[in-house]
Design a protein around this ligand. Sequence first.
Ligand code: A5P
Length: 224
Amino acid sequence: MTTDDQKRVAAEYAASLVESGMLVGLGSGSTAAFAITALAARVEAGLEITCIPTSERTAALALSHGLPLVDFTYPIDIDIDGADLIERRTLTLVKGLGGALFREKIVAAASRRMVVIADRSKLVERLGPGIAIPVEIAAFGQETVLARLTQAGVRPVLRRNGGTPFVTDGGNFIADCTVATPFDAPSLDARLKAITGVIETGLFVGLASEAVIGHEDRVEVIQR
Ligand code: A5P
């Protein structure tokens, strides 16, 4: 199985959990895109759902597949989203490589059930030193926010798109923050969020209800 096959089988498993009448959070990224395709096939076959996208890109993809979108409302019954890293024991996630972490976190926090889907490369035993956590920051005054992030113990690098800063759907910037020493995810999340100008971090603590991991030969479901 290729990595894409692993993503697809995890996404199809998660899509099979959706029932008619549900309000569904649609994640962002390549794995979530497989879930959108799988949901679209089920809608074509009669499933009746409404969806809330976590990015403009996801909204466009969902619409192109004929999925009905609604404005933000909650509680959301089920949110299906990818991740960059998943810690096996806690299901703490690192998200935001695609730059959609803020909306993704709002939707995850507003959901009764968050199902994270991934290929096996995303599953780690422990989140530890060396990882980079995307942090969405205000564009205005970003220099001071970057300085405060450094003081908080991480090494921030402003994400760029060619010569200019990467801009999120919300008009903000992303600082990719490398952590050099062992850390406790809830404390680090709280420390980073306490900085004025930090909009949201890509650490998702206590949000995923379950992880669906595509392996070479099977789908693994891990409950929190
Ligand atoms: C988007 O901002 C991210 O949080 C994605 O959910 C994450 O990067 C996973 O993307 P892939 O499924 O493309 O790896």
